[in-house]
Design a protein around this ligand. Structure first.
Ligand code: AP5
Length: 213
C-alpha cells in the first residue's frame, strides 16, 4: 500500500488482512510498538518519528526481512508504509527474490492534501489493538474507547500540524518516486482514496482482482 500520510493505507490494509489469509506488515505500527516498549529499536526510531522524518533504510529493511519469515506471512502479506524509498524497494526485491516470493500488486492510494489534513487531525488509534477510528468520519460508539477491544484511544504525536507538513514533504521527495518505479514494473494500480471506507475497500478488492499490465 503506497500513499501519503492519512491516505487510508492502514485502514484498508487492516480490512484486507481480515478478508484474505495474509499478514499485515505496518512498519509504522511496528515502530510505534517498539517506542512504547522502549526497546533499542524504539529508542533509535523515536527521534525520527517525532519529527516526521524517515527511520534509516537499513533499520527498516532488517525488521521487514525478519517479519516476512513469520508463520502468519506464509500464505501472503500486505505491506503498509513500506517501502518508502527507492533503496528500500530495491532491498525488498532482493529479499523476496531470495525467498522465492514476489509482489503481486502495488496499490497507490490517491487523496488530496485538504482531505489528508482533516483525516490526520481527527485520527484516533487504539493503544491496545491498534484499531483506527476518526472523531468525525468513523467515530467510536463511546468517546475515547475502542469499539473493538475497549482499549484507550489516543492521538498520535506525529499528527501535530507542523509534523504533518514535514511528513507530506518527505512523502513527495522520498516516497512518491516509487509510483513510477512500480509502474515501470507493471504492478501498479492507482486507487481513488476519497469516499466512504467501504467503497474504497471495494475499489481495492476490484483492483486486486484485475490483471496486471
Ligand atoms: P506510518 O505509521 O506508516 O505513517 P504514514 O505513512 O504517514 O501513514 P499514516 O499511518 O499516517 O496514514 P494511513 O495512510 O495509514 O491512514 P489511516 O488508515 O491511518 O509512519 C509513521 C512514521 O514511522 C514515519 O513518519 C517514519 O518516521 C516511520 N516509518 C514508518 N515506516 C517507515 C519506513 N518504511 N521507512 C522509514 N521510516 C518509516 O487513516 C487516517 C485517518 O483517516 C484515520 O483516522 C481513519 O479512520 C481515517 N480514514 C481512513 N480512510 C478514510 C475514509 N475513506 N474516509 C474518512 N476517513 C478515513
Amino acid at each position: 500500500m503506497l500513499g501519503p500520510p492519512g491516505a487510508g493505507k492502514g485502514t484498508q490494509a487492516k480490512l484486507l488482512q481480515e478478508r484474505f489469509a495474509a499478514c499485515q506488515i505496518s512498519t509504522g505500527d511496528i515502530l510505534r510498538k517498539a517506542v512504547a516498549d522502549q526497546t533499542p529499536l524504539g529508542k533509535e526510531a523515536s527521534a525520527y518519528i517525532d519529527r516526521g522524518a524517515l527511520v534509516p533504510d537499513v533499520v527498516i529493511v532488517n525488521l521487514v526481512a525478519e517479519r516476512l519469515k513469520d508463520k502468519d506471512c506464509e500464505a501472503g502479506f500486505i505491506l503498509d508504509g513500506f517501502p518508502r524509498t527507492i533503496p528500500q524497494a530495491k532491498s525488498l526485491d532482493e529479499i523476496l527474490t531470495k525467498m522465492g516470493r514476489g509482489l503481486n500488486r502495488v496499490l497507490s492510494v490517491k487523496v488530496p492534501k485538504d482531505v489528508i489534513i482533516q483525516r490526520l487531525a481527527g485520527r484516533r488509534t487504539c493503544r491496545s489493538c491498534g484499531a483506527l477510528s476518526h472523531k468525525v468520519f468513523n467515530p467510536p460508539k463511546k468517546e475515547g474507547v475502542c469499539d473493538r477491544c475497549g482499549g484507550e484511544l489516543f492521538q498520535r504525536d506525529d499528527d501535530r500540524e507542523e509534523t504533518v507538513a514535514h511528513r507530506l514533504s518527505v512523502y513527495e521527495t522520498q516516497t512518491a518516486p516509487l509510483v513510477d518505479y512500480y509502474r515501470r514494473m507493471g504492478i501498479l494500480q492507482e486507487i481513488d482514496g476519497v469516499g466512504k471506507i467501504d467503497d474504497i475497500r471495494d475499489r481495492v478488492i476490484k483492483a486486486l482482482g484485475e490483471g496486471v499490465a
